[in-house]
Design a protein around this ligand. Structure first.
Ligand code: GDP
Ligand code: MG
Length: 425
């Protein structure tokens, strides 16, 4: 059984909390793309954790966690993240964490380059998390990146590092006028942090293929959502990798295997970190209220997230791109207490109404068309069955289900593991 947990929207839908919940049924959890620009908040009986690189299954005893070849790994950050978990009493060993030898290392000069470029862009910035993600994926496709398995080959690594640093310094010095990095600094960095991670590095593709062959259950954990996918998202305001579920077997290292189930995580309203068109966005007091109610501040960066109404055209597109078979609708509790709730059911583009999600260049000209639904006053965070929900809350769920055309199987009503409801089809 191969299942993907993926984001339907712009990210921060609550994928981490759903992986934490559903991983009880799985043997392996795999992260298949992205780096430490991710922030997945998980709250369970062990405490509150913010995971950036580690798969959210790391908090479950008996689950093996894999960091796939599709990832970009900041070594120092990963060492810190492992250290913080160990301090909290979570065991992280080569038995429950395996890092692909093909995963790419996000180097300190990539982080530097990311910051320099956002500075250069000034008011035209992309809203990067400044974790080096775009530069390192760029390096990967230019074939100038170093992969985890190369840490075992010291002599070869030194030679490649010399060439790469010489090349990278051309950009750092001549494009940005910044201070170049040295081969020695980079070598020390790789030894210090890479050295600690070597025991975890292995052929994870083989491990996963063997596990799948034995009939083990594998859960793929995405970072970000469909609208941030490098090909299908709101380019150029996307991430630099493929966030979609179809990429999961590739980024995990088992392109020969097919997904059995795609579970889309979709928020009951909209939120978006960083720049780019965001049609159903709220501003001023209305935004402030929703942001506060939902605690919408970036887990990786602490930045206030942009918020808005649930967006049907964007979500329907996200569901299609993710091939979602079923949905977990998250954070419904955040909407409690409103007199009425707006849902963006269509866009107006150049005076014409459309229910389709347009090409990203046209998106900035779209205006939201809202439908108003009745709100509910009751606090629903302790509801555990559909019957416990106020009729208006159930109507809101059914309205969204119908509008997006995908079965909503789970509804989450709180951040902790058990705060959810399962609905019949
Ligand atoms: P991810 O990046 O998709 O894993 O999502 P994040 O963890 O970045 O953002 C989701 C935030 O909402 C986290 O702070 C979660 O603790 C919180 N959260 C998740 N589900 C719920 C829910 O049902 N209700 C409320 N109030 N908070 C939730
Ligand atoms: Mg997040």
């Amino acid at each position: 059984m191969l299942t993907a947990i993926c984001g339907i929207n712009w990210g921060d839908e609550g994928k981490g909390r759903m992986v934490d919940l559903l991983s009880s049924d799985y043997n392996v959890v795999v992260r298949y793309q992205g780096g430490n620009n991710a922030g997945h908040t998980v709250i369970n009986e062990k405490g509150k954790f913010i995971l950036n690189l580690l798969p959210s299954g790391i908090l479950r005893d008996g689950v093996v966690n894999v960091m796939g070849n599709g990832m970009v790994i900041d070594l120092k950050h990963l060492c810190g993240e492992i250290g913080r978990l160990r301090d909290a009493g979570i065991s992280v060993t080569p038995q429950n964490l395996k890092i692909s030898s093909m995963a790419v290392i996000c180097m300190p000069y990539n982080v530097m380059q990311d910051c320099l470029e956002e500075e250069r862009l000034a008011d035209k910035k992309y809203g990067s998390t400044k974790r080096g993600i775009a530069p390192i994926y760029g390096d990967k496709y230019l074939k100038k990146a170093i992969r985890m398995g190369e840490l075992f080959e010291k002599d070869l690594l030194r030679e490649r590092l010399k060439d790469i640093v010489e090349w990278k310094n051309l950009t750092i010095e001549k494009v940005y006028g910044a201070k170049p990095v040295t081969v020695e600094e980079m070598e020390t960095y790789l030894e210090e942090y890479g050295g600690q991670l070597l025991p975890f590095v292995c052929d994870t593709g083989k491990f996963l293929n063997d596990a799948a062959g034995r009939g083990e259950k594998i859960l793929f954990e995405a970072q970000l959502g469909a609208l941030r996918d490098i090909d299908f998202g709101i380019y150029p305001y996307t991430s630099s990798s493929n966030t979609i579920a179809a990429y999961a077997p590739i980024g995990a290292g088992i392109p020969n295997r097919k997904l059995d189930l795609s579970i889309g995580i979709m928020k009951a309203y909209s939120s978006c970190v960083g720049e780019g068109p965001f049609t159903a966005e709220y501003f001023g007091e209305k935004a402030e209220k929703l942001r506060e109610a939902g605690g919408e501040y970036g887990a990786a960066t602490g930045r206030p997230r942009r918020v808005g109404a649930f967006d049907v055209p964007a979500s329907r597109y996200g569901i299609r791109m993710q091939g979602a078979d079923e949905i977990a609708l998250t954070k419904l509790d955040v909407l409690s207490g409103m007199d009425e709730i707006e849902v963006c059911t269509a866009y107006e583009l150049d005076g014409k109404r459309t229910e389709e999600f347009p090409f990203s260049a046209d998106l900035a000209r779209c205006k939201p068309v809202y439908t108003k639904l009745k709100g509910w006053k009751k606090d629903i965070s302790s509801c555990r069955r559909a019957e416990d929900l106020p009729a208006e809350a159930l109507e809101y769920i059914r309205f969204i289900e119908k509008a997006t055309g995908c079965y909503i199987r789970y509804v989450s009503v709180g951040a902790s593991r058990e705060a959810y409801i399962t609905l019949d089809k």
